[in-house]
Design a protein around this ligand. Structure first.
Ligand code: XMP
Length: 470
């Protein structure tokens, strides 16, 4: 058998995002025409190849809604009671599949104040909404002009409201120019939100299910069948959320779970060819792989346990396993360590169908942690799911081991505040389109065929950057 020295000498080359680049190729078209649509899992289609990570400082209701509105998908974290996670998923499913704001006037407010408010927003009109959230009518700034001391209710006109299931009609109405705003209502005339003329101009395409609702996924432990059964009623995909899925107990439990749920069943995390083959053999139904171990920005697994399967290398290994074992085209989600659209392009080129982001989305308004101010700067907390703080919430500790866990495998910190996730995602999608353009691919499938990897030689020497700046 192999000697120890020989084993060291034949060490795998665990390529990371910094080790390789994409060699430019012949592009068939302008990058703006590049198609970045993809699949998150076997039956879940996305318009942009991006999901948000199931971490308690990243994905709850606001992030999940925004991800789907922008063409991606959010995976709701599981560090909470299952009823709460299900409630969030069901709210995403009943959210309007269009960006809304909460601009409205109320019946009792003074008409001159309402006039000033509408003028300062640059709007000619707004829905009139009662204190208990019913749409009562529509109010035009024009009819409030010069008024004083009278309640807004006296100026009400018939409402311009559209059912949450018919937002396309709302956009068409706004485009026709008749008004600047319309109300979106749920059954019973309940106010859901306001759509402004702007949204009809800058239509972003949401990723939707077959019934026209926003997409949403949820993280589950493979050992928590009850949670999976409950969430299965609301989500498009269930994602097993364990640090090392290549574990006989986890795979055996997942095999049972896969048979009990009807949503797409994504398993992970895995990091090797052998793990993919075993998972395909044991679990039987695998609708997607979540791939990458210990590469996350907040992750200390490689220093605690010495293990590492960086997403780039792991994606390539799992893609080969899928191809060579006739598993068709099970989509791969590259997870951990993606710090730019360039990294995302490399992951896709290595065989991934989409990327999962924690760090890149944690600084946004929609991330599920409160904004904090330190001096003149704004930040948002971001922590690993195996950090002390996250483990104290208890619900997701079996990500790492089913027995009680003492040693943290993640850190807690803050990331700079970055505004709305809408512009962050728009920039990432544009960067990914540009990357496919450079690679000479018009879509992700073509990228798999055409992408050539290159390595820069010599590699940067540690300390070089510091010495160069001296
Ligand atoms: P990024 O780099 O986007 O990575 O911040 C997010 C991914 O990291 C994983 N994750 C962890 N890994 N300890 C780990 O070893 C942790 O505490 C931890 N929390 C999250 C997870 O796969 C996530 O999607």
């Amino acid at each position: 058998s192999m000697g120890f020295l020989e084993k060291l000498g034949s060490a795998e080359k665990l390529y990371t995002f910094d080790d390789v680049y994409i060699v430019p190729g012949r592009a068939p078209m302008d990058p703006s025409k590049v198609d970045v649509s993809t699949r998150f899992s076997r039956r879940v289609r996305l318009l942009i190849p991006i999901s948000s990570s199931p971490m308690d400082t990243v994905t709850e209701y606001d992030m999940a809604v925004a991800m789907s509105l922008m063409g991606g998908i959010g995976v709701i974290h599981r560090n909470m009671p299952k009823e709460q996670q299900a409630e969030i998923a069901s709210r995403v499913k009943s959210a309007p599949p269009i960006p809304t704001s909460r601009i409205y006037v109320t019946p009792d407010e003074d008409c001159s104040r309402a006039y000033d408010d509408l003028r300062s927003l640059g709007l000619r009109d707004a829905p009139l909404v009662s204190a208990d959230g019913k749409v009562l009518g529509h109010v035009r700034a024009g009819s409030l002009r010069g008024c004083s001391g009278r309640p807004v209710a006296e100026f009400a006109e018939p409402s311009k409201a559209f059912d949450v299931r018919h937002v396309e009609d709302a956009l068409n109405f706004l485009e026709s120019g008749g008004s600047d705003t319309v109300a979106i209502v749920a059954p019973g005339n309940a106010y859901v939100g306001t759509v402004t003329f702007d949204s009809s101009l800058n239509r972003v395409k949401p990723s939707l299910d077959s019934e026209g609702r926003l997409l949403v996924a949820a993280a589950v432990s493979p050992f928590d069948l009850e949670r999976a059964r409950l969430l299965d009623r609301y989500v498009d995909a269930l994602v097993t959320d364990v640090a090392h899925f290549h574990n006989v107990e986890a795979m055996t439990a997942a095999k049972v779970m896969a048979k009990e749920v009807s949503a797409d069943f994504v398993v992970g995390n895995i990091g090797t060819y052998e793990a993919a083959v075993d998972a395909l053999t044991v679990v039987e139904r695998v609708d997607g792989f979540r791939v990458g171990i210990a590469g996350g920005s907040i992750c200390t697994t490689s220093s605690v346990g010495g293990a590492y399967a960086p997403a780039l290398w792991a994606v390539a290994a799992v893609r080969d396993a899928i191809d060579q074992h006739g598993a068709g085209d099970v989509p791969i989600i590259a997870d951990g360590g993606i710090r730019s659209s360039g990294d995302a392009v490399k992951a896709l080129a290595a065989g991934a169908s989409s990327v999962m982001l924690g760090y890149l989305l944690a600084g946004t308004d929609e991330a599920s942690a409160p904004l904090i101010r330190i001096g003149d700067s704004a930040y948002k907390p971001y922590r690993g799911m195996a950090s002390r703080g996250a483990m104290e919430r208890r619900f997701a500790v079996d990500r790492y081991t089913r027995a009680s866990k003492r040693v943290a495998e993640g850190v807690e910190g803050v990331v700079p505040y970055r505004g709305s996730v809408v512009s962050v995602l728009a920039d990432l999608a544009e960067g990914i389109r540009a990357g496919l353009g450079y690679a000479g691919a018009s879509n992700i499938r073509e990228l798999w065929e055409k992408a050539r990897f290159g390595m820069a030689i010599p590699k940067q020497v540690p300390g070089e950057l510091f010495r160069a700046s001296q």
